[in-house]
Write a protein that binds this ligand. Structure first.
Ligand code: TYD
Length: 231
């Protein structure tokens, strides 16, 4: 256990917070790894919020209902995802980052580019709209898996694929995710066919790299290196 300041206080070693997103097509194992990452920070006394999009609140709840009950028009769907995200940023993401905490998100606007892009929306326009209001993560991890493999995992956990999870659309979404990773140095493509344990190591190593780059040369650098057991 690294020595880390006053143990009676929650620790916030990242000035401006640390923002990590895990995204990718369904069944890639994002949710498991988000939980393991939140546990890593929680066990070490670091302020951390784990959340997901679409949320289960207001616009997000309407979207989740639409996946089961009949899909919205593309225009309404995009509008709801953007409204849900604006609210989520205002309610959760920005306040936790402002408090110096870690935010771990299961899906973000990369999913809007990939899924609504696969449905025919203009991807460049989606990115432009989000660049205007959505904070950029310090690290985005895209979990990459073939659409068939992802759907198999969705069924194996006892779920039926929802209206967003048609194989052709997922193939297209996967290609859009890969393209985002190839064009942005803070978005890293991860082979999601690895075991849970291998993926966990890779996720924590990637987060460590992004976190240390963020505090390089700052007073927090030594503490952050200790947090990740890197002296
Ligand atoms: P998902 O993470 O699969 O939720 P759960 O595991 O709780 O069922 O998200 C639901 C669906 O929403 C998923 O198929 C992808 C889709 N989605 C979009 O189409 N656009 C977006 O912007 C987001 C965040 C998700």
């Amino acid at each position: 256990m690294p020595e880390f300041g006053d143990v009676r206080r929650v620790q916030t070693p990242f000035p401006g917070g640390l923002f990590v997103v895990i995204d990718g097509i369904d069944g890639a194992g994002k949710t498991t790894q988000c939980a393991l990452l939140a546990q890593f920070f929680g066990e070490r006394g670091i302020l951390c919020a784990l959340s997901k999009e679409p949320t289960g609140v207001d616009w997000g709840r309407k979207l989740r209902e639409s996946a089961a009950a009949g899909r919205l028009s593309l225009e309404d769907e995009l509008d709801y995802f953007v409204k849900d995200r604006r609210d989520h940023i205002a309610r959760t993401i920005q306040p936790v980052l402002d408090a110096g905490g870690v935010v771990i998100l299961d899906r973000y606007y990369y999913s809007t580019a990939a899924y609504q892009g696969a449905r025919g929306a203009d991807i460049a326009e989606i990115l432009k709209v989000h660049h205007e209001f959505a904070p950029e993560p310090d690290l985005g991890l895209i979990f990459d898996i073939a659409a068939g493999g992802g759907l198999e995992r969705v069924r194996a956990r006892g779920d039926e694929p929802n209206a967003f999870e048609d194989q052709d659309a997922l193939d297209q979404a996967r290609a859009i995710f890969k393209d985002l990773a190839s064009k942005n140095s803070h978005i890293v493509l991860v082979d999601a066919t690895q075991t849970v344990g291998q993926l966990k190591k890779l996720v924590i190593a990637s987060v460590a790299k992004a976190a240390i780059a963020k505090v390089a040369g700052k007073p927090e650098e030594a503490a952050v290196c200790r947090l990740f057991d890197l002296e």
